[in-house]
Design a protein around this ligand. Sequence first.
Ligand SMILES: [Zn+2]
Length: 115
Amino acid sequence: MKHTGSCHCGDVHYEVEADIKDVIACNCSICSKKGYLLSFVPEANFTLIKGADAISDYQFGAHRIHHTFCQKCGVASFSRGAMPDGTKMIALNVRCIDAIDIAALAVNPFDGKSL
Ligand SMILES: [Zn+2]
């Protein structure tokens, strides 16, 4: 199914092909502070329509994941990373997907803190 997502001010806007039935709530240092609810898709399913130059990229630790956020409103609507096999992935912040009923999605805890 095709979804759109955006930051709060609208400077960052994307389109994504994704089947979002559940979300991951990770307890690692950044996910817990950001309050992300995540769903992962291959990068090929993701199109950044607007905002390539509106995004800042926060990295920490092993610098494996690009935690992007809008420079104007601060909302982090997606991150870029890769699977262990190198496949590029997008972590959608499902809270930023338009017209989705967050309360209807199953939330799966993930113990990222222990990794
Ligand atoms: Zn914004």
